[in-house]
Design a protein around this ligand. Structure first.
Ligand code: TMP
Ligand code: ASP
Length: 263
């Protein structure tokens, strides 16, 4: 599949056109950002690992009936996906309190929530992805009631499936963020809602069940060190990258050029 021109560049990924108007290529960069771009660094090998981990997770979800944009992995950093018109909403599910939930509402870190908590944020970098209510979504036409009903059900199902998947490899799924879009379905000749973007240690909080060691982007956000080793551990436990795999192309273990920018 030949790569066409760049359609969009985000903080961690680039989207390229293909000859097929309904398909695009998603390229995973090594760039890591936190606190809405305030903290930036290159984490070498992150793009390669996220490409693999997201491929694995989205393939498994598809096998459980969760429609998503993933078609196939093309190489170390790229995957072919269905082109989707992304809802400007981040869907966050929380099982354990941490991160912005503890900061915003003072809920003690590590509190196990009685049931998964679903939050919505408006995808807007300039406004720093603010938390919104369903009424904001409907008032401003970001999605319809029917669409949100369908997405809420799918999102909670994804939480159940992923929680089980990670529990099986000794990891707690603390929380995660997902995105959805509308993509063309050739068979039904209609647009349908699909899970889009990525699911990886960039977009989930993953703690080792026994030690509660963080195996996700919080290692970067909180300067805990060994960022790539956390991602590698997730990939290894998922069976994607056995320990003996030689990934010499990628220089793992280095986090370079961290920059702090004043607002
Ligand atoms: P938060 O506690 O910072 O609101 O994050 C909740 C979850 O969403 C956590 O798993 C990290 C993920 N997340 C993203 O994927 N992208 C983001 O921009 C933010 C802020 C969080
Ligand atoms: N979206 C945030 C940023 O770009 C990253 C994060 O905290 O995950 O800074």
């Amino acid at each position: 599949m030949n790569k066409g021109s760049k359609l969009y560049e985000g903080k961690a990924k680039i989207i390229y056109e293909t000859k097929d108007k309904d398909l695009v290529i998603q390229h995973f960069k090594d760039d890591a950002t936190a606190f809405n771009n305030l903290k930036k660094a290159k984490v070498e090998g992150k793009g390669v690992l996220n490409n693999r981990i997201s491929e694995y997770i989205l393939t498994n979800l598809a096998q459980c009936g969760i429609k998503n944009h993933f078609i196939k992995r093309l190489n170390m950093r790229e995957q072919l996906i269905r082109k989707a018109e992304i809802f400007p909403i981040e869907f966050i599910v929380r099982n354990i309190a941490t991160g912005s939930l503890t900061k915003r509402l003072g809920i003690p870190e590590g509190t196990v929530l009685e049931k998964p908590l679903l939050e919505y944020c408006y995808k807007n970098d300039e406004l720093q992805d603010p938390l919104i209510s369903k009424d904001h979504i409907f008032s401003f036409g970001w999605a319809s009631k029917k669409e949100i009903e369908e997405i809420d059900i799918t999102t909670l199902r994804i939480n159940d499936l992923l929680s089980g998947m990670f529990r099986g490899i000794g990891i707690k799924l603390v929380d995660f963020k997902i995105e959805y879009g509308k993509a063309w379905n050739k068979d039904s000749e209609k647009k349908e809602i699909v899970l889009a973007d990525e699911i990886s240690p960039d977009t989930c909080r993953l703690w080792d069940i026994k030690t509660e060691k963080k195996l996700d982007k919080d290692r970067f956000r909180r300067d805990l060190g060994n960022v790539i080793q956390g991602y590698q551990e997730v990939a290894r436990r998922l069976g994607i990258m056995p320990e003996e795999t030689n990934i010499s192309e990628v220089n793992f273990g280095k986090t370079t050029s961290i920059k702090f920018k004043k607002k």
